[in-house]
Write a protein that binds this ligand. Structure first.
Ligand code: SF4
Length: 331
């Protein structure tokens, strides 16, 4: 465990965590809503620092990041805990766990960097559970990872001050924008929308390569009018070059009775996003087809073709395909 960043004393033996907008007030011995930040004798500690529960080498396309070093691998690290409690969480066994339920092997930031370099990965990804709750660990690794890129796969529910500090040390982010609907967020995730929109703007403004994932759940956030509004907001606030990934829900956790997202819904969302002016729109978690290819927004020619997490063809050279610029980080 390590003393946390971003907290203050409220009164004797009571602290307030300032890392995410939940601003948990935590009594002596208690934990925050993420289960992994604990008040011990009047100080806030991260209980997951140096304690990964998952380490793997993944294709970067799995994050998903389609416009960032395509075909490379990311040394992927996750712990337990999450500051959100989504009814549809696909990693709930770890994200909703408590530290006392797991036996951890300590892995220092130096060791993570060493293993990442040895694996031949070009980047380290903070992923699987939400890296907001292992902020201190992820930040220390990123600071030490000279020669490697750093990636967060994140819900974006973090306060501005820690986010701005984080952005100085990361190169790319895939942020979940779970719906463009505050009610949806409050009823299904325990978070709320506005801080996530602010995070997206900050990440973009600070020059971190940004892609967005929107998981579409039948009957909950598949209203095309709201998807249209979301795309218009992205276009207006982040620009047309931010890739948007629509992904399919499958029954899990507290939503076992909700059906899978039909591919046709994702394709409809894709059309809405393209009509809204977004240049790079993808569909995932379904039979890939053309929904996972990158096309030049000007010439409409194929720039990158993918199958699942594999690159079949890549016509981008020095950021250009047939002379036209394709937004992204290509080397
Ligand atoms: S990071 Fe955890 S402890 Fe801190 S405010 Fe968010 S949920 Fe609460």
């Amino acid at each position: 465990m390590k003393e946390a960043l971003y907290w203050e004393v409220k009164e004797k033996d009571v602290v307030q965590c300032l890392l995410c907008p939940k601003l948990c007030v935590i009594k002596e011995g208690g934990k925050g809503q993420c289960h992994v930040r604990q008040n011990i004798k009047g100080k806030l500690y991260s209980m997951v620092y140096g304690k990964p529960c998952a380490i793997a080498v993944d294709p970067i396309e799995k994050k998903p990041l389609y416009h960032f070093l395509p075909g490379s691998t990311a040394f992927s690290v996750g712990t337990i805990g999450c500051n959100l409690h989504c009814r549809f969480c696909q990693n709930w066994e770890t994200s909703q766990a408590y530290p006392e339920d797991f036996e951890f092997k300590d892995v220092s930031p130096d060791e993570i960097v060493k293993q990442a370099k040895k694996s031949g990965c070009e980047s380290i990804a903070y992923t699987y559970n939400d890296p907001v709750v292992f902020y201190e660990y992820a930040l220390d690794i990123a600071k030490k990872a000279k020669g490697l890129r750093n990636i967060i796969v994140c819900n974006g529910f973090i306060n501005q001050e820690p986010l701005k500090e984080w952005c100085k040390h990361i190169d790319a982010a895939n942020i979940d924008l779970k719906a463009f609907d505050d009610k949806f967020y409050r009823e299904n995730t325990t978070a709320w929308l506005n801080p996530i929109l602010e995070s997206l703007k900050t990440i973009k403004k600070m020059g971190v390569w940004l892609e967005i994932t929107n998981l579409i759940i039948p009957g909950l956030n598949d209203d095309m009018k709201k998807i249209k509004k979301m795309c218009a907001w992205i276009f207006e606030n982040l620009g047309s070059d931010v890739p948007l990934h629509f992904t399919a829900f499958y029954p899990c956790y507290q939503m076992m009775d909700t059906p899978r997202t039909p591919a046709v819904t994702l394709m409809e969302a894709m059309k809405v996003a393209l009509r809204a002016g977004l240049n790079y729109v993808y569909v995932g978690n379904v039979d890939p087809g053309e929904g996972s290819n990158t096309y030049c927004p000007k010439s409409k020619k194929l720039a990158v073709s993918r199958y699942g997490f594999s690159i079949l063809q890549n016509h981008i050279k020095e950021g250009r395909c047939n002379g036209e610029r394709i937004a992204g980080v290509w080397k």
